[in-house]
Write a protein that binds this ligand. Sequence first.
Ligand SMILES: C[S@@+](CC[C@H](N)C(=O)[O-])C[C@H]1O[C@@H](n2cnc3c(N)ncnc32)[C@H](O)[C@@H]1O
Length: 200
Amino acid sequence: MAFTFFFRDTQTLELLAELALPYLKRSMYIRIWDAGCAMGPEPYSLAIILREQMSKFLFRNVRIFATDVDESNFGTIIARGAYPEVELKRIPPEIFAKYFEPDTEPGYWRLTEEIRRAVQFERHDLLSLKPVRNDFGLILCKNVLLHFTPAQRIAVIQMFHAALNDGGFFVTEQTQKLPPETESLFGAVTSAAQIFQKLN
Ligand SMILES: C[S@@+](CC[C@H](N)C(=O)[O-])C[C@H]1O[C@@H](n2cnc3c(N)ncnc32)[C@H](O)[C@@H]1O
């Protein structure tokens, strides 16, 4: 089972929302690819962080395509968007109260419909080098690239570049530097996190 949890690296996700939202809001649909989403805590956390900074009306246009090569990760998440209480302990109490409701299964809590509707799960192998779409405003790929060889990492980052709209954002984890071969593709947006913007 993949290692992930709700509100992991909140600092990056909040900074990302602050820096990318003015750009993302310019498009009718806010299309986001969370590549290597594991069991879903990351795309759902991002959806919640975006919802906190957006009106109900604008949030309806957010579409997060959450993909992973290991479909078994998704389990009942696609069907129910429900998690056992023990996995939800790190969520700030006021956020938990706002975005989770008791599930029909005792000991489980389910994300609200508004948040569930914003995220769709799909099996996808990054090493196919075929993007799920090519009109993204933002691509998030955290704690995945480290599993690849240097050549695979370069090819996947080049694919992300091609899958982004002009000026789109790419985000990875704090410890993942851009390979020199891909540095000309992106500009760093901040020194506080690995958040980049597509250069043409
Ligand atoms: C450590 S988890 C990261 C989850 C989440 N992004 C996070 O940071 O919390 C790594 C995920 O990468 C996925 N993964 C590994 N190789 C992949 C590939 N070739 N294509 C898509 N996903 C892959 C694994 O299945 C796993 O769910």
